[in-house]
Design a protein. Sequence first.
Length: 280
Amino acid sequence: MRAGPVAGIGLRSIHLAEIERDRPATGFLEIHAENYLTGSGAVAAIERLRGHYDLSVHAVGLSLGSAEGIDGRHLARVASLIDLLQPAYVSDHLSWSVGGGRYFNDLLPLPYTEEALSVVARNVDRVQETLRRPLSIENPSCYLAFAQSEMSEPEFLAELVRRTGCGLLLDANNIHVTAHNLRLDPLAWLKSLPGEAITQYHLAGHAANDADGQAILIDDHGSRVSDPVWRLFEEIVLRFGPKPTMIEWDTDIPPVQVLLDEAERARSILKGAGDEARAA
């Protein structure tokens, strides 16, 4: 990543031609790995953008929590993309999405048990050995808690870092969504995390659905970052320091300038925290 606090945007297909043509100023671009595994013309466009932007590759289909292990063919295709693009960071989610040979179009949750931890650690080790680099793991958004969980999500992530040497991609919106839905204190949620393992931050919008008179927050990436998430992000940056930060937007995608404006607000927060630390 470039020097100083940086904030970038998720590159979506509807913005690809515009960004390649205009090359707007932003800290970096993040792509979803699974959108670029076919060798299409879009891959060539991403290669051209490499000369102007740092890249981050965010996978959504490695299924790190799958008890059946990692799909070797899928991993090989992701590894080929990583070898081609040489991004600054590679990440995926603390979730599973493959079972019985079927891929599900969702990031499904895990119980936080020793058994699940062993499965995820084994899969993360395999991915890191194949990619020959650390993988950063993103905390999920949660809607229900497993009764059989033996540890908290932050404790699970911290132990995963200890066993595998992986990094953490800390999603502030996911923390807010999880904390609201499960009635947790988001600041207390942060206390068990190994801050030195955090490599990136994510920010996104969410929606609120009514369920029997109670608001359930849905991590839909379809709006601007909410004020509570901005406040939580400020606390996260003060606690763990500035890290490369990315704006995600996947539904009702607006003009690219909206994403750039959100990224600039994130960059200002990162810079402010860095200035405050230097003045202390």
